[in-house]
Design a protein around this ligand. Structure first.
Ligand code: PMT
Length: 410
């Protein structure tokens, strides 16, 4: 990370002391670090400690004329290759989510063009609060890279999530963000979320997919330089920045949207949980309650990913498999039957894995029989591992994946 300019925002929480170690590690890695402290942070650790470790003046106050002439806030924003906020309190997360800039740090964050990495740290119940979760989702939607907190005993006496990740883990995340734009020139199509199959004007058949895995894939591809189209079923997530999002509702609509992108796509990642069946015909009016049982006839939906695999020429088609039993056997059967290039097997029974959580546990399956299990990690980290694997696959199979221009026409 030699010569990377990192602006480190430190906000007021007990985990501030860990930010000192973070500065030491970054300087050791030849980064130039400029620290911006909030007033709260300066109550926990002195600016002098950060100044000594970073070897640069520490900025603390937007309204100090001396500081503004020596360390202009726009200069700080412009000079950053990356802006890191560690620890990020619920307060600063809320302010950023609302677009508030009432101190130096929040002003620099709004003014910078650099990527922003947020490492939250707070009490377990604060972290779980729906407003904090909504604010974190907003930051992700705005393109900020939000780290998962670590679990363990917290300074407030509670056990659980909310700890600032250890400094070496944050440094690893920073390294990943500086990785080259290795997906430049690619058009990556990602599907996310559930499909909804209407029964009548007010009811539908759907599933528990939140879209988080697919949105993480879309964000990571955009960060790594790809042109990204996200075909999304209904979710509560904000559309990611720098990504073209195409909203759909039913499997049929998803099929249409994906096929429209397929010719120009270099790869499709089908993370969506598409309903295999839909009601034969949606009732025109709300179905009335009767006395007896109710039977609804279902008909199969198109298998989108199998259709893509049958049509593919230059494209790489990557499926996901959500399994509740015999993970590898069932996932491998899908890889073969649908003729996919690669498949991400998702054990949705494990804690912290699968539907509607920010973490996942997956195994990467190749057609040659290789299975690469990954440990529990954030969906953002899974997305990066999936793209590393995809690029490796392309490198190993250059002849099989022909470029669009060299394709034979019938
Ligand atoms: O959205 P989250 O809450 O973050 O949860 C993530 C996830 C669990 C949904 C995701 O990681 C995942 O596993 N997605 C695949 C879910 C699924 O539908 O698996 P499946 O085994 O039923 O389908 C296998 C593959 O076929 C999938 O790529 C699916 O998109 C595709 N499919 C399925 C049915 C259909 N009619 N058409 C399809 O293309």
């Amino acid at each position: 990370m030699e010569k990377q300019n990192i602006v480190l925002g430190v906000t007021g929480g007990i985990a501030c002391y860990k930010a000192l170690e973070l500065v030491r590690l970054l300087v050791q890695d030849s980064c130039s670090v400029r620290v911006v402290m909030t007033r709260g942070a300066a109550e926990f650790v002195t600016p002098l400690s950060f100044q000594t470790l970073s070897g640069a003046p520490v900025a603390t106050d937007l309204f100090s004329l001396t500081q503004e002439s020596e360390i202009g806030h726009i200069d700080l924003a412009d000079s950053a290759d990356l802006l890191v906020i560690a620890p990020a309190t619920a307060n600063v997360i809320g302010k950023l989510a609302a677009g508030i800039a009432d101190d130096l740090l929040t002003t620099v964050v709004l003014a910078t063009q650099a990527p922003v990495l947020v490492a939250p740290a707070m009490n377990v119940h604060m972290l779980a609060h729906p407003l904090v979760q909504a604010n974190l989702a907003k930051l992700r939607g705005a393109g900020y890279h939000v780290m998962e907190t670590a679990s363990g005993s917290l300074a407030c006496g509670y056990e659980g999530k909310g700890r600032l990740p250890e400094p070496p883990v944050i440094v690893e995340e920073i390294r990943a963000l500086f990785r080259s734009k290795d997906l430049a020139g690619e058009h990556i199509v990602v599907t996310a979320g559930p499909s909804r199959e209407p029964l009548d004007p007010v009811r539908y058949l759907s599933n528990r997919s939140s879209g988080k895995m697919g949105y993480a894939l879309a964000r990571a591809a955009a960060r790594r330089g790809a042109q990204v189209t996200l075909v999304s079923g209904p979710t509560a997530l904000a559309p990611p920045t720098g990504v073209r999002t195409v909203p759909v509702v039913t499997a049929e609509e998803m099929r249409g949207a994906v096929l429209a992108e397929f010719e120009s796509a270099t790869a499709v990642f089908m993370a969506a949980a598409v309903a295999d069946y839909r009601p034969h015909a949606a009732a025109a009016q709300k179905m009335k309650r009767g006395d007896g049982s109710l039977s609804v006839e279902f008909v199969p939906n198109p298998d989108i990913v199998a259709e893509l695999a049958a049509r593919k020429r230059h494209q790489v088609v990557v499926g996901f498999a959500a399994e509740t039993e015999s993970l590898l056997a069932n996932a491998r059967a899908k890889l073969e039957k649908k003729n996919l290039d690669l498949l991400v097997a998702n054990d949705v029974t494990q804690v912290g894995s699968g539907f509607d959580v920010d973490t996942n546990v997956v195994t990467l399956l190749d057609r040659d029989g290789t299975a690469t299990p990954l440990p529990l990690m954030s969906k953002d980290a899974v997305a990066d591992r999936v793209y590393d694997w995809y690029l490796q696959y392309k490198k190993q199979s250059p002849r099989r994946i022909k470029s669009p221009s060299r394709r034979r026409t019938a």
